[in-house]
Design a protein around this ligand. Structure first.
Ligand code: FMN
Length: 230
């Protein structure tokens, strides 16, 4: 069944979209079993420094050494990388608190200067910043390829500089969920509005029904990542 979302554009990006539409045997829990790390992704365009949190980053080949990151097109960091073709990827470590997630992951550099008042001398050779804490390495990359995935762009990149900053272990998404992310808010009082909590970042939506097309304003994850608070 073709619906309004279908267009020539979607077939260009997803040639197999008709198959996807007719094989809905997806148990999201199976998808959640894929493990991820968490990273601060830093960019710089002109005089503007910015960064966001991402979980989709991976080394994809070793010879030559290539990495992959996937960034939502709504993120300012995305546009900055698309224009400058460079970024710093910084794995978050077990020293991280909720602070870097709130600061870099729940607000956009379009609205705030995320590096205002930060130590400006902590830069790699490419001129980009990195954090004095919460991360255990900084990897400076140059983009060699970008792939349009619809909502996101996948960037393939080669590291030009990489250094270890701490021996604290990298965190996984599961570690973030268990040890860092705030616990879901309490259930609503009888007769009150229902609450849905974003299982990714902890944002709470209140209302009669969670819209199917709702996008988390903090982490940009879809309605399927929300759980009703019972
Ligand atoms: C735990 C967590 C994981 C996230 N993972 C991703 C991701 O993999 N890709 C992405 O594009 N955004 C991800 N985000 C959302 C961005 O960090 C967020 O939208 C940020 O505010 C964008 O900032 P910017 O507009 O300054 O670039 C994540 C956020 C959080 C809190």
């Amino acid at each position: 069944m073709i619906d309004a979302i279908d267009s020539i554009e979607i077939y260009r990006i997803y040639p197999l979209y008709p198959i996807y539409k007719t094989t809905p045997m997806i148990d999201n829990k199976a998808i959640f079993n894929i493990s991820y790390g968490l990273f601060v992704l830093v960019a710089r365009q002109g005089d503007k420094d910015n960064a966001c949190i991402i979980n989709v980053a991976q080394q994809v080949t070793s010879d030559p050494l290539q990495l992959m990151i996937c960034v939502n097109k709504q993120n300012l960091t995305h546009d900055m990388i698309l224009r400058t073709l460079k970024f710093n990827l910084c794995p978050l470590s077990e020293e991280a608190t909720m602070k870097p997630f709130q600061h870099f992951g729940f607000q956009s550099g379009r609205d705030v200067d995320k590096f205002a008042g930060c130590e400006q001398e902590l830069r790699t050779e490419n001129g980009l910043l990195y954090l004095p804490k919460f991360i255990n390495a900084v990897i400076s990359c140059v983009v060699t390829k970008s792939i349009d995935l619809g909502s996101h762009t996948m960037f393939i990149a080669m590291p030009l500089e990489a250094k270890v900053l701490s021996d604290s272990p990298s965190i996984t998404y599961a570690y973030y969920q268990q040890h860092i992310k705030p616990k879901p808010a309490a259930a609503p009082a009888a007769g009150g509005k229902k609450k849905w909590v974003c299982e990714v970042c902890g944002y709470v939506y209140e209302g009669d029904e969670l819209p199917a097309d709702f996008i988390c304003p903090w982490c940009k994850h879809p309605a399927s990542d929300f759980k009703l608070v019972e």
